[in-house]
Ligand binder design. Structure first.
Ligand SMILES: [Zn+2]
Length: 338
């Protein structure tokens, strides 16, 4: 009960911030909300795989010349039921969760909320009422959320807008979200599928593997041992997302992989190891290069193999010695720097 009070208090503290938003959000703000809607009754549950197929045109719409088709209102009275694969823990994948179901496909749900991890931990099953929410794509990543109506294309050198008003997938308000989901049972992290190995073949036109947890062996291009995972100095001025791209070369991928990390991530200043690593993370697509982009969940998604432990050990569980080599904190096995 105490925990619930804290959650509600956090929610109330952010009311002031949320009221700065325009449009529909104002109507949804009230101080009597509950996180989750117990009155939702399970019916018309569709598989995530089938949902993605039904709305494929919207999901791929952004790729089709930024047309308005990139966002579609879900008008059918349908639901999805899935288990939380990842949430905003770690601060890199912020304002979203990713869920999976027994169709073995995943979808991202974008919510303008903080500390989602406190009420939707990894392994928590949820039921989501989709009617009234929007579905679409962001760089071909399927997303359930709400459209951003203000995005008006780009401007020319005279400051004139080019192109028409367009709609892109964005976050739904937390108050809308609280009405559209309920939790089922207790969280069980063992229900989250194990990471699959990232190879060229995961890139398919059916978007089967987008948003899945993957792993890949290889090394970072910047593996000098002094490079931050997300150095704020590397944010490009045109980048509104405060993300930093580092390049990773996977041994089984023909093209390099972008590792995109927010400078707001809790682990942004952690150093990339000067070692061959196994990297875990959420896979999305680099639609320009027809390659992969990975989002780390935390610094320990970058692992070094320890022969002593016979396991891949997270990068924060090693200490560098005076030679720059890595020593396992648990068993003192040494891995030479590369
Ligand atoms: Zn060890």
């Amino acid at each position: 009960m105490k925990k619930l009070n804290i959650i509600v208090a956090l929610g109330l503290m952010t009311l002031g911030l949320a009221s700065c938003q325009d449009g529909d959000w104002d109507n949804e703000i009230n101080d009597t909300y509950k996180i989750g809607n117990e009155s939702i009754v399970e019916h018309n549950v569709v598989k995530i795989k089938d949902l993605k197929e039904t709305y494929k045109q919207a999901i791929l719409g952004q790729g089709m010349k930024y047309s308005n088709n990139a966002v579609q209102l879900i008008e059918d009275d349908i639901q999805v039921k899935g288990v939380v694969v990842t949430n905003d823990r770690g601060g890199n994948l912020s304002q979203c969760i990713i869920i999976t179901d027994d169709s073995n496909e995943n979808i991202q749900i974008s919510i303008a909320d903080n500390d989602i991890m406190t009420y939707l931990p990894i392994g928590q099953e949820i039921l989501v009422d989709l009617k009234g929410l929007y579905i679409g794509g962001y760089s071909e990543t399927p997303i359930i959320g709400y459209p951003n109506e203000k995005y008006a294309g780009t401007v020319d050198k005279n400051g004139n807008a080019i192109g028409s008003q367009i709609y892109r997938m964005s976050f739904m308000s937390r108050y809308l979200w609280y009405k559209h989901f309920k939790t089922i049972g207790k969280p069980d992290a063992s229900r989250v599928p194990a990471a699959i190995e990232l190879t060229n073949s995961l890139y398919d036109d059916e978007l089967t593997h987008v948003s899945k947890l993957v792993y890949v062996d290889g090394k970072f291009a910047s593996c000098d041992g002094n490079t931050k995972i997300a150095d704020p100095k590397k944010v490009e001025s045109t980048d509104t997302g405060n993300g930093v791209n580092e390049t990773f070369n996977g041994t089984k991928c023909t093209s390099s992989i972008i590792v995109r990390t927010s400078t707001y991530a809790d682990f942004a200043s952690s150093l990339i190891p000067a070692a061959n690593v196994r990297m875990y993370g959420i896979m999305t697509r680099d639609t320009y290069k027809k390659g992969y982009q990975i989002q780390l969940r935390d610094a320990d998604d970058i692992t070094i193999h320890c022969d002593g432990c016979n396991a891949y050990v997270g990068s924060t569980k090693w200490t560098r010695n005076e030679d720059g080599d890595y020593v396992c904190n648990k068993c003192n096995t040494k891995v030479k720097k590369i």
